[in-house]
Design a protein around this ligand. Structure first.
Ligand code: ATP
Length: 417
């Protein structure tokens, strides 16, 4: 078979500084008697001409030794994980992950693999899909040579996601989630045998720990538009394995879109999770939280979102004052309120939730405790009470200026003396 050389593609598509670093790394590897390869997503995205500057490099030899040598010659942050034989070099606008080429075997389905050092081919055959199982040699002697044992380049051209062997999803069912993520991100299709095996093996998701499933779900939710992958997961009965009541329908797609339009980037992931579990009962949500072993913070946001959902009818009652709305909502996190503002389809309820988020949440009296004491209110429960009265008056627009607040304190004192 004639070998393909991609050195011109590398030169054309990678930023100059990154290119220089990779060449230097390849030369250094050769000096140390090792071979260096660009692997996985970096090769896939180079061939697709999609930007990807967080690159994975594999070393036939000793990745830690090479990473240390590279860190000595350029000023760069180096983090090593000796247990895994991996190292990360972080430059200002990109990073290089180095790993020793390894051979993996699975003791039982869903277990983490057993690992021993290996060749680049060993390292490629342990991978998930043909499009991720390619490498480009970076050592000078074979610089730019494509190593493609599963015809991944062909699958990229035909836009196909293909597993490498029949038992792939059985050995590691996280690949089911990964398949859907790449399929939807790249607008590819599952190759027909892969699609058949995926459907046949969806129940293997039960062999995966909650943490690993949650990690894969979060990777999907971090995609630019996660909803097509969630919808596909529903269609292929993957979502049902996480909880039978989860749905990836048009409603969810529409709400995810609103999350992106309305939320701060740091809140998007939690809000997606709140939308995902919104159709669940509290009990079902608890089962889902337990299965995926959600950490406290996100679990709490999801619980709050459902607790508030149960209270929403109170917000539709007639003649509510702003202080009543505040009273109903102030114990919930703003994420729970925002999730309900997006998820609820009632205009009246939405108006109240928006009023709280945009205004009431921030309302505070101008007078603080010291200023109120200065007007003659003694410290203790009375001070707390008048602060509360001022807050309610302020929420309902009965006092606006500092002077009006002082008058309210004085008249309250007069009435209570
Ligand atoms: P992304 O663009 O999503 O970051 P990536 O290809 O860099 O894609 P990673 O999750 O960083 O993806 O994984 C790096 C490489 O490790 C993948 O390209 C794939 O070859 C391999 N890999 C990751 N997870 C698995 C898995 N569960 N089974 C086999 N190979 C995997």
């Amino acid at each position: 078979m004639c070998s393909i050389n991609l050195s011109s593609e590398i030169e054309e598509h990678l930023p100059l500084r990154l290119l220089k670093l990779m060449k230097e790394a390849g030369e250094k590897a050769e000096e140390l008697g090792q071979r260096l390869y660009l692997v996985g997503g970096g090769v896939r995205d180079l061939l697709l001409q999609r930007p990807n500057f967080d690159l994975d490099l594999v070393v036939e030899g000793d990745a830690l030794k090479l990473a240390k040598c590279l860190a000595e010659t350029s000023r760069v942050k180096l983090v090593v994980h000796p247990r895994f034989g991996t190292a990360k070099l972080s430059y200002t606008d990109f990073s290089l992950d180095l790993a020793t080429a390894r051979l993996e075997t699975y003791a039982k389905p869903g277990a983490l693999p057993m690992v021993i050092p290996g060749t680049i081919i060993d390292d490629l055959i342990r991978r998930d899909f043909s499009i991720n199982a390619m490498a480009i040699c970076l050592t000078p002697e074979r610089y730019g040579e494509l190593i493609d044992p599963y015809n991944g380049k062909n699958d990229l051209e035909n836009r196909l996601i293909r597993i490498l062997y029949q038992r792939s999803f059985v050995d590691d069912a996280t690949r089911i989630f990964r398949a859907l993520r790449y399929e939807q991100r790249l607008g590819f299709q599952l190759e027909s045998n892969t699609a058949k095996l995926l459907q046949r093996n969806v129940s293997m998701i039960n062999t995966i720990s909650g943490n690993r499933i949650r990690h894969e779900l979060e990777l999907i939710l971090k995609e630019n538009r996660p909803e097509p992958a969630i919808q596909r997961a529903d269609e292929l009965r993957v979502l049902k394995q996480l909880h039978p009541s989860l749905k990836g329908n048009g409603w969810l797609a529409n709400k995810f879109e609103q999350v992106r339009q309305l939320a701060k980037p740091s809140q998007i992931l939690t809000l997606y999770l709140c939308i995902l579990i919104y159709p669940l009962s509290k009990e079902e949500n608890e089962q889902f939280l337990y299965r995926l072993n959600f950490p406290k913070r996100s679990a709490q946001a999801m619980r709050h979102a459902l607790n508030l959902k149960a209270q929403l009818p109170d917000l539709a009652k007639p003649h509510l004052k702003p202080s009543d709305v505040y009273q109903l909502l102030h114990n919930y996190t703003s994420q729970a309120v925002q999730a309900n503002a997006i998820a609820s389809d009632s205009p009246v309820i939405n108006q109240q939730l928006q009023l709280y988020l945009n205004k009431l949440h921030y309302v505070k009296p101008l007078l603080n405790g010291e200023a109120i004491k200065g007007l003659g209110v003694p410290p203790g429960p009375q001070l707390g009470r008048i602060l509360q009265i001022l807050h309610v008056a302020k929420l309902n627009g009965r006092v606006k200026t500092k002077k009006q607040e002082e008058e309210l304190v004085r008249s309250w004192l007069a009435g209570n003396s």
